[in-house]
Design a protein around this ligand. Structure first.
Ligand code: ADP
Length: 441
């Protein structure tokens, strides 16, 4: 049995233990959310206080680590979001370009490409991203330019070259500029390559070179002939022979006329093509245009014993056109028909309606045009070899006619022809407001 003193001590101890446990529990309850709890303010023994201090230190250290991690994650997420936003911005910028753009990393793998580049090289960015451009794009000159930018980091940062891209037997000329991208440390990070389609510029260059060479060729011959005969006259080769002198002078005159005609034709064409002479459009009657042309050309046709007829629509066909220009079209076509039809032949001018379009037809019973000449007929200076002997000409008339009809009046010109039988030139024009008013015709 325990003595009373001992029991009291145990009771005191027990009471003391229970109280301390309660106090400790109170302290523990605060630990979860209070960092600055001070165990010294609790009624605890030193041992418990030490335990509490350790626990608090431990918890504080855990909390700190947790916060640091959270901040790290937030930073990482923010960085990722910023990178994604930057990528989206870069994509939006290059997608808005009308030029094709291809972006690679420093290994030459595809990173980005805009829809123009996808179309040009026929790949889809979603499937192609990350692939080496050399495997993806089989255009040696293009890939070579990108590799040159990547492999020679000491060279200029930008390389430009005009490259012909062959695709399905079609050539597209592009001005390609490959620029090296640098990272913050100044090392090569990749390339951005921009391809500007210059196919039409190249075609214009080729056309003007062709034009200059055609003009020089056309002028050279008459000029040489004028020079030769003028020299012969100057050297007295026809002295005392008025008939030969007259012959030489007549050749000089014919050749000079030919050059003047050609220059006139070129000036006309240049003025109309360049827009110096503008189309003054107003509603005009197609039949009136045809009647005007026939009246003017009747004497020439009669001189050559060619019958000039009209077959006009009984409807009033109104077209929105420049009256002078449309007259030129009709005159050019009738004049050609008369020029390339033998005496005794016939030329008919017709007006009619064809599926909401006004139609002007000039049909002749002339020499006709060989099939192989058809697609060159409207080119500048082109003359059909077989018919050239029939009349003088510059080979510019049909080119002017086509420009007036198709470029200035949204119409269309076509031709059907059979050698030895004749030709039909057909001009389609939009109707004025798409309506036909009835009238005397
Ligand atoms: P040109 O001044 O030589 O007549 P064009 O441009 O008007 O030039 O015509 C080009 C060529 O087309 C002519 O040289 C001619 O050979 C041919 N041509 C044009 N119209 C006719 C036609 N009605 N019949 C036969 N050949 C034609």
């Amino acid at each position: 049995m325990l003595g009373l003193g001992a029991a009291a001590r145990i009771a005191i101890l027990l009471t003391q233990g229970a109280r301390e446990r309660l106090e400790f529990e109170r302290l523990a309850a605060s630990l979860g959310h209070l960092e600055n709890v001070n165990p010294d303010h609790f009624d605890l023994s030193d041992n418990w206080k030490r335990v509490a201090h350790r626990l608090i230190d431990w918890q504080n250290s855990l909390t700190r680590q947790l916060r640091e991690r959270q901040a790290g994650y937030q930073k990482l997420e923010l960085g990722q979001r910023l990178a994604e936003a930057a990528q989206r911005r870069a994509e939006a910028v290059i997608n808005s370009f009308s030029d094709a753009v291809v972006v690679t990393n420093s290994f030459g793998d595809l990173v980005l490409a805009n829809p123009e580049a996808e179309r040009l090289f026929q790949f889809s960015l979603d499937n192609a991203r990350g692939q080496p451009v050399r495997d993806l794009i089989r255009q040696e000159a293009f890939v070579g330019l990108i590799e040159k930018s990547l492999e020679h980091p000491d060279d200029a940062r930008r390389h430009t070259q005009e490259i012909a891209l062959e695709n399905h037997n079609k050539t597209r000329w592009c001005k390609v500029t490959a620029s090296r991208l640098l990272d913050a440390a100044g090392d090569t990070a990749g390339t951005v390559t921009v391809l500007r389609d210059i196919t039409s510029e190249k075609a214009t260059q080729a056309r003007s070179a062709e034009f200059v060479s055609a003009v020089s060729h056309e002028i050279k011959m008459p000029l040489a002939s004028v020079k030769a005969y003028a020299e012969m006259l100057a050297d007295g080769e026809a002295e005392g022979d008025p008939e030969t002198q007259q012959k030489f002078l007549s050749i000089i005159e014919t050749q000079t006329d030919r050059m003047a005609r050609m220059l006139d034709g070129m000036l006309d064409l240049a003025r109309i093509e360049s827009g110096v002479v503008r189309a003054e459009k107003k509603p005009i009657s197609l039949n009136e245009v045809i009647e005007g042309a026939v009246k003017l050309m009747q004497p020439t046709a009669a001189e050559k014993n060619i019958t000039l007829q009209t077959q006009l629509s009984s409807l009033y066909i109104a077209v929105e056109a420049d009256a002078d220009m449309l007259s030129r079209v009709a005159l050019n076509l009738v004049s050609n028909s008369i020029k390339y039809t033998d005496p005794g032949g016939c030329v008919v001018l017709r007006s009619r309606l064809l599926q909401e379009r006004a139609l002007l037809e000039v049909e002749d019973s002339g020499r006709g045009i060989p099939a192989e000449a058809m697609d060159k007929l409207f080119q500048k200076f082109y003359r059909v070899k077989e018919n050239a002997g029939m009349a003088h000409g510059s080979g510019l008339g049909l080119s002017l006619v086509k420009h007036i009809v198709e470029e200035l009046h949204a119409g269309r010109i076509s031709v059907e022809s059979e050698v030895g039988k004749g030709s039909v030139f057909r001009v389609e024009l939009p109707l004025k407001g798409g309506v036909v008013e009835s009238g005397d015709g």
